[in-house]
Design a protein. Structure first.
Length: 260
């Protein structure tokens, strides 16, 4: 009779112990779960920070690359600009040097123009008298153009070039001839460079060669007139070039004196 209560008490104690242990186990599980959630949240936050850092890093790298490209482009532009600036500086230096001597050059131009004109006129006057009025007018116009000395000198240079070209040409034209006796008449002129100047009447019966030494026309015989006629046809492209046997208007001394 005395043992039954002890047993009942023992069983009650055991049940209490089991309940208490179960409650303790439940609390530990809850703590572990809470810690797991917190760890996951911390891991998620850390991953978000890493992702954000990666985005910032990538943006910084892209910006750095862009700046490097712009820097290279700017350096290339600076190199090209430096070359242009050096060329421009050199051009400006040459211009300044030219401006420094411009006043002296302008002051010398009138004397150069006058000297060129006088030499050209002397040359024409001493040359064979072909197209004389036309050539003198080119050398010294009756009304000089209203331009500066530089332009007038340029015109004189053109006149000089035209005179030089006469020495390399065979030319013919029809014009008036005034002899010392008789009335003016129409004749065909033939010029062979600066060594021969001839005329022939349209009917071919009269002809002459200019003699520079005497300053007069010398009569040509029939054979020479035929040669002049052949020369006129050659000059007019009506006959193939050939050797013409004609007396010359100048002598060897005249040719050595600078005539071409």
């Amino acid at each position: 009779m005395l043992k039954r209560p002890f047993f009942a008490l023992h069983r009650g104690w055991l049940a209490g112990v089991l309940v208490s242990g179960s409650l303790m186990a439940s609390d530990e599980t809850v703590d572990q779960a809470a810690q797991s959630v917190e760890a996951q949240q911390a891991q998620s936050a850390l991953q978000q920070q890493i992702d954000e850092a990666d985005d910032v890093t990538r943006s910084a790298i892209e910006e750095l690359r862009r700046l490097e490209r712009e820097t290279r482009q700017m350096e290339a532009s600076n190199v090209a600009l430096s070359g242009r600036l050096a060329s421009e500086a050199e051009r400006q230096q040459r211009l300044n040097q030219a401006l420094d001597t411009l006043s002296d050059t302008r002051a010398a131009l009138p004397a150069v123009e006058q000297d060129m004109t006088e030499q050209l006129i002397r040359w024409i006057e001493s040359d064979l008298p072909f197209l004389k009025d036309e050539r003198l007018a080119r050398a010294q116009p009756a009304e000089p153009p209203a331009t500066g000395s530089a332009d007038r000198i340029a015109n004189l240079l053109e006149a000089w070039r035209a005179e030089l070209a006469y020495g390399r040409e065979v030319d013919s034209w029809r014009g008036r001839l005034q002899l010392t006796q008789g009335n003016p008449r129409q004749v065909d002129y033939l010029r062979i460079g600066r060594i021969g100047f001839y005329y022939l009447t349209p009917d071919g019966r009269e002809g002459g060669v200019w003699d520079k030494a005497s300053g007069e026309w010398q009569v040509l015989d029939e054979r020479a007139r035929r040669q002049v006629r052949n020369g006129l046809r050659i000059a007019d492209n009506q006959r193939t070039p050939e050797l013409l046997r004609l007396p010359l208007s100048i002598t060897a001394n005249d040719n050595a004196g600078g005539q071409q």
